[in-house]
Ligand binder design. Structure first.
Ligand code: GLU
Length: 300
């Protein structure tokens, strides 16, 4: 997907059907890419929970709404050699260490009094060879963490502005040997030529880690746009249990894909029944900055 004009992407996890919040993020990713003359690609982030058939249904739903994409859909699980090569580069530079902590131990560890909240407390950062051998002998499969040289990094987001956030010794390779999300996303975006990252703002807090990692690997930090989430009437992040929230649910109610599209367009402040019509009027600076609350009666 590497193109001279750059690229944007939508990177869903194929763990189930996309709901209206995911579809709205996909539409925004498409709009940001197309309105800036970029290519647009889709990457299935299937290193984790995969539901059989979900990837195919997600693609069919995106196509039904009129979104198109360039090049073949890429599966992250087919790219693990690249992920491991990046981890090896960091290890060769002395920038990784094995971590034997369980999730519970990390939660229970007393963080340094002035340490950043939510950061890995560094328990395994300076283990001696003997201590490491002892833990290895207990048979715990280690994760591999970044030996970060900073505790913060600032990114600039097109919608959220300058955002300075935590960078800790985050996991690069999980205990099961698989690449961790924060590593894989950085490697894949750079390798696939995606210089524009549009996604839900629930991922904003992870972004300083990812941007810092990109700089360590010698890559350009992508342009970011974190878009507000869709909420249910209780003000919580929309979930599948919130009623008819997938395209299939809406079609079963007798709505058409065009009607579902115009609902999404309206939530962004536009009257449009298809992507090209919306693209002709799209101005990111006019996008709503608040989350969209989906009420059960929202139809068209
Ligand atoms: N796969 C992630 C998700 O579905 C998105 C990652 C990204 O866009 O960077 O939440």
């Amino acid at each position: 997907m590497v193109t001279a004009r750059g690229g944007g992407r939508f990177a869903p996890s194929p763990s189930g059907d996309l709901h209206l919040g995911n579809l709205r993020t996909a539409l925004l990713a498409w709009l940001f890419a197309r309105s800036t003359g970029r290519a647009f690609g889709i990457r299935m982030e299937d290193l984790d929970r995969v539901r059989p058939g979900a990837a195919e249904r997600q693609l069919a739903d995106l196509a039904a709404l009129g979104l198109d994409w360039d090049g073949p859909v890429v599966r992250q699980s087919e790219r693990t050699a690249l992920h491991h090569a990046a981890i090896d580069r960091l290890s060769a530079a002395g920038m990784t260490y094995e971590c034997y902590c369980t999730r519970r131990e990390i939660l229970q560890a007393v963080t340094a009094p002035h340490g950043p909240v939510g950061a890995y407390p560094g328990t395994c950062r300076d283990l001696t060879d003997a201590e490491r051998a002892e833990r290895r002998a207990q048979g715990r499969p280690p994760a591999l963490r970044l030996r970060s040289r900073t505790t913060e990094f600032e990114i600039v987001d097109e919608l959220c502005g300058a955002y300075r956030g935590l960078v800790d010794d985050f996991v690069l390779r999980r205990g099961d040997g698989m690449p961790a999300y924060n590593l894989a996303v950085v490697v894949d975006d750079a390798d696939q030529g995606f210089d524009q990252v549009v996604r839900g703002d629930d991922l904003l807090a992870s972004t300083p880690r990812q941007a810092y990692l990109a700089t360590l690997l010698g890559w350009e930090v992508p342009h970011y746009a974190h878009v507000p989430l869709v909420l249910n009437v209780e003000g919580k992040r929309l979930a599948k249990r919130d009623g008819p929230v997938t395209l299939a649910d809406r079609l079963a109610l007798g709505q058409t894909p065009r009607q579902v599209f115009s609902l999404l367009a309206r939530s962004l402040g536009y009257n449009a029944t298809g992507p090209d019509q919306l693209l002709a009027h799209f101005h990111p600076e006019h996008l709503p900055t608040k989350p969209w609350t989906l009420t059960p009666g929202s139809v068209v």
